[in-house]
Design a protein around this ligand. Structure first.
Ligand code: MLC
Ligand code: AMP
Length: 501
């Protein structure tokens, strides 16, 4: 098999001077230039002692150099570990102690906070959004390394942390085979090729922005218009030369708010892809009415990459996520017995295929618990109707998805419960007009305690990334429980459904 790095290098030889990266107000960077940058970074990684199987942890702003670092990590056979730029120092401590990386790359502005992490086994370097930082300086002087370390399909390429419903975050280990097979399936499915210009406004520390968007572009020879953050007007302005946009549902909710989103503005666009969270059927219909484009919704997960997609040709159904990608099998299983359920009935969505991850880093029991007869249990509830389309109807796992970011209530509840004056808490997702779901904490104070929501908010600020912090706090006398003593979150969601309306 060929790795994503090898596929990129091969494409770069063909594409040569064609732009891979375009950025507003900055010069374009071609495939050939990027290839040299990747090869220089590969030399630097070697100089820093990074060898096969070492982890390279990266918490940097989005830039072509950050993507080059990702590709260089694959080239030298190391394992790429991207981290959300919103993570706090406390959150980083855990990822670094669990993954024991050989190298940690952070933003130059953060180096003071992280310099003390450096040790005989961990190098700390910096990389900024403007090709600055110690790693960029080293790369500028390095001699390009052309050879790549041969890797097989089962060799690990990346670790992405995803929180669990119990306890600590788990590092999902994705292999070279996972990444390459998924990119190839998506290229075929969405007819994506070197003629495309992808408007890239997603972060590059999750599978959506990195293993879907970036991998597809670097392998196919497409050009990416790299934007540092989502800005509806900027994106609409770029559509006259763009062909593809990939986004979370919040992108589409926000685009629809602009009067400039019109049929004319989107005339050059070929396809709008949505995923990472449920797209509202009303947004789907409104987008079609306004632009004439049917958004193409797909379904994926960190542990599996992309699983299913509505067809490029053929009917795209609002509220459905389509069929399994080429080579990917999807089934609906009974929650208790694991037996396949009859057509149209609700059960757990389970997945098998070359896209499914190898397991959680150093957690064999947790890995085993999420597989049944070779099928990976997604924790999502769905149906496959007689039309063959998969529809996601809910979640068996306790998870909130806010603006496309996953937030695990358990992690937040544990931190809130440890605060003075708190008896217990329940964190829930409530319908939110912009983010899909708004993270909300229902808190029961200890008898006699006088809880102040501002104090609660500031107590969480250095412990949790901003997107995980509750948007609202609700004080309650007690939490609703069933006869087994389990907190009834569905009841809480019903009682407070209109909080953000
Ligand atoms: C930002 N904030 C959020 C947030 N994003 N809060 C909750 N949920 C979010 N998703 C915070 C900011 O820190 C800020 O806090 C405040 O909210 C307002 O910020 P903003 O300027 O409105 O946010 P913006 O930068 O516009 O970001 C919103 C967004 C972004 C939706 C564009 O969150 C985003 O890019 N989401 C994409 C996530 C993603 O890539 N998911 C893919 C996962 S892969 P304050 O208080 O400081 O002002 C996956 C698998 C699959 O799930 O299938 O793809
Ligand atoms: P993550 O763990 O961040 O990879 O998030 C994966 C989860 O996002 C899935 O298990 C689903 O719950 C959710 N998800 C992804 N795509 C969709 C979609 N199109 N519709 C509904 N939920 C989705």
């Amino acid at each position: 098999m060929q790795t994503i790095h090898e596929l990129f290098a091969q494409t770069a030889e063909v594409m040569q001077g064609k732009p891979l990266f375009e950025r507003p107000g900055k010069p374009a960077i071609s495939f050939a230039e990027t290839l040299v940058l990747v090869e220089r970074m590969a030399t630097v990684l070697g100089d820093l002692g990074v060898t096969v199987g070492d982890r390279v942890a990266v918490q940097v702003e989005k830039s072509p150099e950050a993507i080059a670092l990702y590709l260089a990590t694959l080239q030298v056979g190391a394992i790429y570990l991207p981290l959300n730029t919103a993570y706090t120092g406390a959150e980083l401590d855990y990822f670094i102690s669990d993954a024991t990386p050989r190298l940690f790359v952070c933003d130059p502005a953060q180096v003071k906070a992280h310099a003390a992490r450096a040790s005989a086994t961990l190098a700390v370097e910096t990389l900024g959004a403007n090709a600055d930082g110690s790693l960029a300086d080293r790369a500028a002087k390095a001699i390009p390394r052309e050879d790549s370390v041969p890797r097989g399909k089962d060799d690990p390429a990346s670790i992405l942390y995803t929180s669990g419903t119990t306890g600590r975050s788990k590092g999902a280990v994705l292999t070279h085979g996972n990444l390459a097979s998924n990119a190839e399936a998506l290229l075929e499915c969405w007819r994506f090729d070197a003629n495309d210009r992808l408007i890239h406004a997603l972060p590059i520390f999750h599978i959506h922005g990195l293993f879907v968007a970036v991998n597809m572009a670097v392998v196919s020879g497409a050009t990416m218009v790299l934007l540092t953050k989502f800005d509806a007007e900027e994106i609409i302005g770029l559509m006259d030369r763009g062909t593809v946009l990939m986004g979370v549902p919040t992108f589409y909710t926000r685009l629809l708010k602009s009067p400039n989103l019109t049929r004319e503005a989107t005339a050059n666009m070929r396809v709008f892809v949505s995923g990472s969270a449920p797209l509202l059927a009303e947004d789907h219909r409104a987008f079609q009415e306004r632009t004439g484009h049917m958004i193409l919704e797909r379904y994926g997960m960190t542990e599996t990459g992309m699983i299913a997609s509505n067809p490029y040709e053929g009917e795209r159904i609002p509220g459905a996520v389509g069929m399994g990608l080429p080579g990917v099998s999807v089934r609906i299983a009974d929650r208790e017995t694991g037996a396949a359920v009859p057509t149209g009935e609700i059960g757990l969505i389970e997945v098998k295929g070359p896209n499914v991850f190898q397991g959680y880093w150093n957690m064999p029991e947790k890995t085993a618990a999420e597989f049944r007869d070779g099928w990976f249990i997604t924790g999502d509830l769905g149906t496959i109707e007689a039309d063959g389309y998969l529809r996601i109807v809910g979640r068996d796992k306790d998870l909130v998805i806010s603006g496309g970011y996953n937030v695990y209530p358990k992690e937040i509840e544990e931190i809130i419960d440890a605060l003075p004056g708190v008896l217990e808490s329940a964190v829930i997702g409530l319908p939110h007009p912009d983010l899909g779901e708004g993270v909300t904490a229902v808190i029961v104070p200890k008898p006699g305690a006088d809880l102040d929501t501002d104090a609660l908010r500031s107590a969480l600020s250095d412990k949790l990334a901003r997107f995980k912090q509750p948007k609202r706090f609700i004080l309650a006398d007690a939490l609703p429980r069933n006869v087994m003593g389990k907190v009834q979150k569905a009841e809480l969601r019903k009682a407070h459904a209109a909080l953000y309306a």
